[in-house]
Design a protein around this ligand. Structure first.
Ligand SMILES: [Zn+2]
Length: 563
């Protein structure tokens, strides 16, 4: 199965990149952009900055976790079957030490700093890249290197009390277990998950919640601390729970997820309210202008929702993944694929300044080509490359389409061709190309039909993509009294380029339905508005949030005060 996540049990079976092929459309185009531009962009930058040279023994450059960036790109290349994989993988393979250890920063001074050293975190990304290579094209010198790393980890850490400050290796080891059947990898992952909160790490300036070491994963009631770490740990915890049949552990993560989505997640699906510690805030602490909402946290959230969907079959996990994919993951890259948002705030008060070269800061009101900590572009590269894995699932009953997009999907004798203009249009036509003689269920979101299908049959559904006003939970003080507009899975925002109307004093009439206007295939919306203190009404143009910032420096807001 060519999929990043292949649980050995669960309500839904993932469909791999061999079973789902994306055609031109919203996600197909993004995957194409990734293969044509983003992967090469990341490769060029990491070569230029010496992060790849680190593996050749050149003087150390970049941050202590720079190895992980190379691994994330390798994973993306593997899912994309990019021919540049081999050369880059060879460079990594050559850097491995005889006992399996591999890290370009700490070699000779290994395992001294579990709070900040990131060695196990880097291995996690390396193992995921190895799994991707294994599942797309079989074994390789790189997969041998990955196994030696994993065996080294088991030998060194099975009976220790240590964990990595940055979770990631947990889910990677479970996936390596799924590929190889070697139970020590699962057991190692289980121990890393259960050790956390002992505590297993030293106190740091942000407190132990920063790396989820303040309490055990079983005791926690909500996600907290560094948002990316929290998401990655939860992914690994779900994986361990599923493989060991630990329903109590799975239920603990589900409960944490529920509260986090209801109280600590932005309308866009973005996670992380505090720049300090890149962390979740308290319940209902969701300031739109100070939203951190890191692209990587969104990637982690999609990975987690997908795991929970596979385990439970509950549609709300697919819906959250959809919200996050369309409104954070798709928002990060510029339309040309050559610059990226690291943080994804829901309001920008001051237009950004054009960024050339490496952006030293994570925050910025404009996309940047690269960052000093450049986790996000590489995370996008692997996510876009593996997008087909999220589109649909299978059961013995049929196929469930979670993200309607032009595609070809096959599972268990049922072959489908999906035609749709979604998310711009709500119509989805699922053409049956071939089908077994027994009844099969085809579902698109909540719509389902179970019958004996024949080639030529069409299962047509109309998803509601009428624009709608939405109101925040009144406990979110920062946006109380405000409204926003959604249309289908898309969140909209007002964007004002320099010289445009001020968004500071604008307020909108939520009694009047937004009017649609299609511009270059994109649905934009006009709403009735006025400026505080001025009698004259005005028409305010809203654009899909994921497209904002593509027309130069601008102010922007998702939440707008109502009249
Ligand atoms: Zn990131």
């Amino acid at each position: 199965m060519v999929n990043p996540v292949v649980p050995s049990n669960g309500v839904l079976t993932p469909l791999g990149l061999d079973a789902v092929r994306l055609s031109p459309g919203f996600w197909g185009d993004l995957r194409e952009l990734n293969q044509e531009v983003i992967i090469g962009h990341c490769l060029d930058w990491m070569e230029k900055l010496g992060w790849i040279g680190n593996f050749r023994g050149e003087p150390a450059r970049g941050r202590e976790f720079a190895d992980s960036e190379v691994y994330k790109l390798l994973e993306g290349m593997a899912w994309a079957r990019d021919p540049r994989f081999d050369e880059l993988a060879e460079t990594v393979v050559a850097a491995q030490e005889p006992d399996g250890y591999l890290n370009t920063r700490w070699s000779g001074d290994r395992y001294r700093d579990f709070e900040w050293g990131h060695e196990l975190y880097c291995y996690g990304h390396m193992i995921q890249a190895g799994v991707a290579r294994w599942r797309t094209s079989g074994e390789h010198a790189f997969t041998d290197t990955v196994r030696r790393v994993a065996d080294h980890v088991c030998q060194r850490f099975m009976d220790s009390a240590e964990v990595c400050g940055h979770p990631e290796i947990e889910m990677a080891l479970v996936e390596l277990y799924r590929v190889t059947g070697a139970e020590r990898y699962l057991e190692m992952a289980r121990r890393f998950v259960e050790r956390r909160g002992g505590p297993a790490l030293a106190e740091v300036e942000f407190g132990r919640a920063y790396f989820q070491d303040d309490m055990s994963v079983r005791e926690a009631e909500v996600f907290r601390g560094h948002a990316v770490r929290a998401m990655y740990l939860a992914c690994g915890t779900v994986d361990v729970a599923v493989e060991t049949g630990d329903t109590e552990l799975l239920a603990a993560v589900e409960a944490q997820w529920e509260r986090t989505i209801a109280r600590r997640t932005h309308l866009t699906g973005g996670m992380g309210s505090r720049h300090s510690g890149e962390s979740f805030g308290d319940d209902f602490e969701l300031p739109p202008d100070r939203a951190y909402s890191e692209t990587c946290a969104a990637v982690g959230s999609v990975m987690l929702s997908h795991r929970l969907l596979l385990a439970t079959g509950r549609r709300r996990y697919a819906e959250q993944a959809e919200r996050t994919l369309y409104n954070v993951v798709a928002a990060s890259p510029a339309s040309d694929g050559r610059s990226f948002f690291y943080t994804n705030p829901l309001q920008v008060r001051v237009p950004g300044q054009a960024a050339e070269g490496v952006n030293p800061r994570a925050e910025g009101a404009l996309r940047a080509p690269w960052f000093a900590v450049s986790c996000c572009p590489n995370n996008l590269a692997r996510t876009f490359a593996s997008l087909p894995a999220y589109v649909a699932t299978g059961t013995s009953e049929g196929i469930q389409i979670h993200h309607p997009t032009p595609s070809e999907i096959s599972h268990d004798g049922l072959e489908l061709r999906v035609e749709t203009g979604y998310p711009w249009e709500g119509g989805v036509a699922v053409h049956v190309v071939s089908a077994p003689a027994e009844p099969r269920r085809i579902s698109v979101g909540e719509h389902a039909d179970l019958r004996v299908w024949a080639p030529g049959d069409v299962f047509a559904v109309d998803l509601d993509v009428r624009p709608r006003w939405v109101r925040p939970d009144p406990r979110v003080d920062a946006v109380r009294g405000c409204v926003a507009v959604e249309r289908g899975p898309l969140v909209y925002c007002a964007e004002s380029p320099e010289g445009g109307p001020s968004l500071e004093l604008v307020h909108v009439d939520a009694e009047v339905p937004p009017q649609e206007d299609v511009v270059d295939g994109v649905v934009e919306l006009d709403v009735q508005a006025a400026t505080l203190g001025e009698a004259e009404e005005l028409t305010l143009r809203l654009v899909p949030y994921h497209r904002w910032g593509n027309r130069g420096p601008a102010t922007m807001r998702v939440w707008m005060p109502g009249m």
